[in-house]
Design a protein around this ligand. Sequence first.
Ligand SMILES: N[C@@H](CCC(=O)N[C@@H](CS)C(=O)NCC(=O)O)C(=O)O
Length: 303
Amino acid sequence: MSSLPRSVVTYQDHLSKLQPLSSSRICCKTVKSCESLLRSNRHRTSLAFSTLVSRAQPIMGATTLDKSVPENLPPTLDAPVEQPPLFDGSSKLYTSYSCPFAQRVWITRNFKGLQDKIKLVPLNLQNRPAWYGEKVYPTNKVPALEHDGKIIGESLDLIKYLDSNFEGPSLLPDDPGKKQFADELLSYTDTFSGTVFKSFKGDPPKEAGPVFDHLENALHKFDDGPFFLGQFSLVDIAYIPFIERFQIFLSEVFKYDITAGRPKLANWIEELNKIEAYKQTKKVDPDELVEFYKKRHSVNPRL
Ligand SMILES: N[C@@H](CCC(=O)N[C@@H](CS)C(=O)NCC(=O)O)C(=O)O
């Protein structure tokens, strides 16, 4: 903040006062007046303007802000494959195309337009190269990010790290109320997914219903957009990889439609499916997922 030109700081103050009234008209007016302010100002630089636009994200559409570009995905690395050079100055995301935790970081990278800045290093978790656990990330899990001479893990920490340490549209709002709600929902992710996974052994509508209701209610909190914080954010990114899988599995195996009676959740899924950054990461094969979860969670569905 301290490095921002004065006009930017003034605009942010202005914006934060307008946010409670936010509407697309206000958004356009505000961005336009800000643009002309910058034009008439000697601090008119492209950096300043892009900073403003990204700060204005809470009142701009997700598909407009999405900076993802089409990409040819690199092949998955098996055990015999040599280790790519470590700490060679490039940033790498060690990942697995099928891992929901890694998918969070992948979506964030895409949305922020970091495809050229952060290379994907996809691993075959069933036949993992030994060098990964030995030399890169001792927990031997994905995702992990190699950046600035260090390795960082844990998907929720990583999505925040990408958001604060790389360029691209901001994925957390400045509004304190929204920030606090973001923290609450991010802390709830493990309870949510843990409860749903546990229900696979029992009665999902009964046991997992309340956690889906919790999300349905959370989606009612802000009305300036279809996402958890109104506008698209890290919170949506944290949940969607799990919801994508749960929706498939619960419908296939238990004939349980998680969106029935939950219109906000249904609309949220629909809106997310319009976001290219997310669509590019959808690699789940429904049949494989069903087999994998059945084995892993010793599911005995009562059909
Ligand atoms: N808490 C970690 C969980 C990561 C995780 O469990 N990743 C799985 C793949 S989806 C993994 O690497 N499993 C390998 C193993 O446990 O050996 C995060 O949020 O990043």
